[in-house]
Design a protein around this ligand. Structure first.
Ligand code: SF4
Length: 344
């Protein structure tokens, strides 16, 4: 299959329009010429209804291309008493950032700040213990004490990809409180594990954490994909969170992140049906509590947007017909770095 990507804003591929109308899955044939309907070559978005921007991540995944280096951001002058605070999510990229910071700054003035949602996968907590021991820096754990489902009940709002109060209550607020109580913004640097594939998120993240300055070590060259950090971790004897091996794109909240898409939830159904069932029940309880039907997911097939209850997604996924849900909609990962209003 051709791996050429147009420099234009879409990563469109030409596909046989007859396959689109046949009711079959849209297979990208890449090299076929003369066809005129475009779907995204990697996630099969129908670009007629949902144009999509090519990201650096797409380029590397499809082409093996590495983008030209951007000029490095001016680094702040390191001073001996500066406190360095990598935000620890229990995922592999937060470990990569923490390791860079410890290597550059030593251990003494580093705080690994972990906001515990009480809903992480059990193996993430194992990873936390192992990684912290190898880095030689204990985790500083902050907790609201509630789970995402408890926050939904309290806030009378079912979190979803556009508005997730659990993110604000369980992560952003508790971390900010710890920073206010324990640090001086003038002598503290935060570090966030968003990488070079998402540079557009940087300004919103910096605004959100102001007045604390934020650095993004994974946005600077050399650019590495997530797989690189998984290999690096294993190479030093640190087994990454098992969620990656089990096929999740992100290691958040046990695979039941309300910001996740249909593919994440369908995967959770296969991997952890009891957790899926608890969210299916929770969604129904929230509808009862609010007196109206609410759902975590939306069905946007055909350009329209409609509620997609987890019970309906389960039936569609169990039917084995991948036409009935979007198996490429993994959704985003922005719990610690997006504003409460949604993805930045
Ligand atoms: S990872 Fe997802 S479910 Fe968990 S707290 Fe963040 S937004 Fe909520």
């Amino acid at each position: 299959m051709s791996t050429h990507l147009s420099p234009s804003r879409t990563h469109s591929r030409r596909v046989n329009p007859h396959t689109l109308s046949s009711g079959k899955l849209h297979h990208c044939c890449g090299s076929s010429s003369g066809y005129h309907i475009c779907v995204c070559g990697c996630c099969r978005h129908d670009l007629r209804t949902a144009p999509k921007t090519v990201t650096n991540h797409d380029r590397v995944r499809l082409n093996g291309d590495v983008p030209p280096p951007r000029p490095a951001a001016p680094r702040r002058q390191a001073v001996a008493d500066t406190l360095h605070v990598p935000q620890w999510s229990s995922g592999i990229q937060s470990w990569a950032v923490a390791r860079m910071v410890v290597e550059a700054q030593g251990r003494d003035n580093v705080v690994l700040l972990f906001a515990d949602t009480r809903a992480e996968d059990a193996d993430n907590y194992r990873f936390n213990t192992d990684a912290s021991a190898l880095l030689g820096v204990p985790l500083t754990v902050v907790r609201d004490g509630r789970t995402p489902q408890e926050v939904n009940r309290d806030e009378r709002w079912l979190g979803n990809s556009r508005l997730a109060p659990c993110s604000h209550e369980l992560k952003q607020k508790v971390c900010r409180k710890w920073l206010q109580d324990n640090t001086d913004p003038a002598s503290t640097i935060l570090y966030v594990g968003v990488d070079w594939t998402e540079p557009e998120r940087r300004p919103a993240i910096e605004r959100m954490w102001a007045p604390w300055p934020v650095e993004f070590p994974l946005m600077s060259p050399p650019y590495r994909p997530k797989d690189h950090w998984l290999r690096e971790s294993r190479a030093i004897g640190l087994e990454p969170p098992s969620m990656y091996r089990r096929g999740y794109a992100h290691a958040n909240c046990g695979g039941a992140c309300v910001r996740g898409g249909q593919a994440q939830w369908a995967h959770l159904l296969r991997d952890n049906p009891s957790l899926y069932a608890s969210w299916e029940r929770h969604e129904a309880e929230m509808s009862d509590l609010l007196g109206r039907e609410v759902s975590v997911l939306r069905d946007r097939r055909g350009g329209a947007s409609a509620r997609l209850p987890l019970a309906v997604l389960r039936r569609r996924a169990e039917s084995g017909d991948s036409e009935l849900f979007d198996p490429y909609d993994w959704g985003g990962c922005g719990c610690m770095v997006d504003t409460i209003g949604g993805a930045a």
